[in-house]
Design a protein around this ligand. Structure first.
Ligand SMILES: [Zn+2]
Length: 143
């Protein structure tokens, strides 16, 4: 409901923000309830931009986390291979079923679906992931 001009003037004159600023010939524009289309578009645009930034940051962090988990898995596999070699002196290859006994929860798997099969049972070559590449000697402790 739009107030009449006289009522608007009265209301504005009583309002502390407008007291003394409204002359007799002033054009008074009253807002109706709600937001304009431009205001809504600005708000939606800002929210979309913030959501895009957050989504990008979260996805990047998840990818980094997966890569770190994969590196730790490969470190665990290499440590188990060292133990296997100590426990089986003179072995020329790694027996798959015996090797699985070195892991409480089975041979670790890449969190991103990569494969460790290449060199997993090799005594001479280090394990590597098809998605995350070779094992780094000392993965960076800094993020
Ligand atoms: Zn991997």
């Amino acid at each position: 409901m739009r107030p009449t001009a006289e009522l608007s003037r009265l209301v504005l004159l009583r309002h502390p923000d407008y007291s003394g600023q409204v002359g007799m010939n002033s054009t008074i524009r009253f807002r109706t309830a709600g937001f304009s289309l431009v205001e809504m578009l600005v708000v939606v645009t800002i929210i979309a931009a913030i959501a895009a930034l957050i989504t990008t940051a979260v996805m990047s962090a998840l990818q980094q986390q997966s890569a770190r988990v994969c590196q730790n898995n490969m470190l665990t596999i290499e440590a188990a291979k060292d133990e296997y070699i100590r426990d089986h002196p003179g072995a020329t290859s790694i027996d798959e079923s015996a090797f699985a006994q070195y892991f409480r929860f089975g041979i670790p798997k890449c969190p991103d679906g990569g494969s460790y099969q290449q060199y997993l049972y090799s005594l001479t070559n280090q394990v590597s992931c098809t998605r995350h590449g070779a094992l780094q000697a000392f993965p960076s402790a800094t993020p």
